[in-house]
Design a binder for this molecule. Structure first.
Ligand SMILES: NC(=O)c1ccc[n+]([C@@H]2O[C@H](COP(=O)([O-])OP(=O)(O)OC[C@H]3O[C@@H](n4cnc5c(N)ncnc54)[C@H](O)[C@@H]3O)[C@@H](O)[C@H]2O)c1
Length: 251
């Protein structure tokens, strides 16, 4: 669809973790539905080549845990896009380790990316979000925002924090007309998921558990983010949306 014709036509979006997986799919889907997007991701060969708006997606290479990152990201969005209507806090990391084995460094890094950076970027974006006629914050949680499982205690804790933070943001910011919701993907085929499990048993477990019989793809998540970003979701705030192929209802 040409820019300017979709359900988020004219809206300006920041998407973190936009170089890969779910964030990449969300960026492309928002752009396809008419938004202009500032994609943010770690400096990499691919990502450091463009920091200008070439087409509907601009790119900024920065570590979101850098103390100066929120200011740089919001200033860049202001300069390139002219404002912010949609903030997608999607960048996330996972680390393997349970209650006995997780190190301080693992714990702190997961919290820094998955929790602290989400809070700090959102706080920085609030003045521009307040100027939007229909602002939407979308944080990427997980089905482990409300459930637990073995082997990833820091990640599970961080995603529970995303749920609580998003609900508090909805309560705090509703008076400005700013909505805040979180995505709860199930088992989605991306580099993040592969980093903790290439195990055929893991895949077989999920294929049995997922009612729809297949692992998810980033493209299964992106349309839900676009909907939450759009004015069609104008009365939805404080909500988590499970997008897991029916896995978590299947006891
Ligand atoms: N894949 C799944 O099964 C799954 C399930 C539930 C939730 N999620 C969540 O979805 C989100 C996206 O994950 P994904 O599966 O697409 O993984 P991914 O690894 O494909 O993408 C994550 C992106 O975030 C970027 N990133 C990581 N740390 C960063 C930092 N400090 N600064 C800037 N960018 C950074 C990475 O470079 C990467 O491009 C994460 O929050 C993840 O926790 C994923």
């Amino acid at each position: 669809m040409a820019p300017g014709k979709g359900i988020v036509s004219g809206k300006k979006a920041i998407v973190t973790g936009a170089a890969s997986g779910i964030g990449r799919a969300i960026s492309e889907a928002l752009a396809a539905e008419g938004a202009t997007v500032l994609g943010v991701d770690l400096p990499s060969a691919e990502w450091s080549t463009s920091e200008t708006l070439e087409g509907p997606i601009a790119r900024l290479a920065i570590d979101i845990t850098d103390p100066a990152a929120p200011g740089t990201i919001v200033d860049t969005a202001s300069a390139l896009l002219g404002g912010i209507d949609i903030l997608v806090n999607n960048a996330g990391i996972i680390t393997a380790g349970d209650a006995e084995t997780t190190s301080d460094d693992q714990w702190n890094r997961v919290m820094a990316v998955n929790v602290h950076a989400v809070f700090r970027l959102t706080r920085e974006a609030i003045p521009l979000l307040r100027k939007s006629a229909g602002a939407s914050i979308i944080n990427t949680g997980s089905i482990v925002s409300e459930l637990a499982g073995p082997g990833i205690i820091a990640y599970i804790t961080s995603k529970h924090a995303v749920a609580g933070m998003t609900k508090a943001m909805a309560v705090n910011l509703g008076k400005y007309g700013i909505r805040a919701n979180f995505l709860q993907p199930g088992s989605i085929v991306t580099p993040l998921a592969q980093s903790v499990s290439n195990d055929p048993e893991f895949i077989a477990y999920w294929e049995r558990k997922i009612t729809l019989g297949r692992l998810g793809q980033p493209g299964d998540i992106a349309p839900v983010a676009v909907f939450l970003a759009s004015d069609a979701a104008r009365y939805i705030s404080g909500e988590g949306v499970r997008i897991d192929g029916g896995a978590t209802v299947n006891a």
